[in-house]
Write a protein that binds this ligand. Structure first.
Ligand code: COA
Length: 179
């Protein structure tokens, strides 16, 4: 499946491109971003961004789909995407710090979740956040994700396991909220 372009009010989600590497490395080389993500090292170098972008494929399945987020007038501002896990598809996301607090990720996450459930046959999407990440938990709460459990997850940037709130959004809840 070739990734579509998903359009929001002032953002669009599109397949990652090689020329995302410079802004991607700049925004991800921020402990305030990587310290809230499980699998991103800190510091984060341009070589890390280039290697990650090379690993992305334009033809993919929904549960391995990755989108670059572009903001009108600013270009590349962050990332949202899925990765497959034993229990099911997991959604993750981040935004460069200059763009926080403008409702952009609420918009991007809604677009992405809608696209996923319209495209995939998965019965649920999994996510979560480190326990102190109120903004991310607020975004998930607005979409209908609910807490399922707590776990300890290795945060590469912090070099430590951090308490994680595990969440889930079922297809049934997503459908009910659309009507
Ligand atoms: C988390 C992150 C994606 C949020 O993106 P954003 O575009 O700033 O988020 P939005 O503006 O769309 O929404 C944030 C929501 O959290 C709320 N919020 C923010 N800080 C909060 C706090 N301390 N307590 C409670 N709610 C908070 C906001 O009020 C907003 O909710 P509202 O729209 O109902 O007012 C961004 O801060 C980020 O990239 N952080 C670093 C990486 C990260 O944490 N990724 C997620 C990993 S699980």
């Amino acid at each position: 499946m070739i990734l579509p372009v998903l359009e929001g009010r002032n953002i669009l989600l599109r397949a990652p491109r090689d020329d995302d590497a410079i802004p991607l490395a700049r925004y991800l080389n921020d402990y305030g971003v990587s310290g809230n993500l499980a699998r991103v090292p800190f510091p984060y170098h341009l070589a890390d961004a280039k290697a990650w972008l090379r690993s992305r494929r334009p033809d993919t399945t929904p549960d391995d789909a990755n989108f670059s987020i572009e903001l009108e007038g600013s270009g590349y501002v962050g990332h949202i995407g899925f990765h497959p896990c034993a229990r099911g598809p997991v959604i993750g996301y981040w935004l460069g710090r200059p763009f926080w607090g403008q409702g952009l990720m609420s918009q991007a996450a809604q677009l992405c979740v809608d696209w996923f459930f319209q495209t995939s046959e998965a019965p649920a999407i999994y996510s979560g956040a480190f326990h102190s990440n109120a903004a991310s938990l607020a975004i998930q709460g607005k979409l209908g994700f609910t807490e399922t459990s707590r776990s300890w997850l290795l945060c590469l940037a912090r070099g430590a396991e951090v308490e994680h709130i595990d969440t889930k959004l079922t297809l049934g809840v997503w459908k009910a909220r659309r009507t």
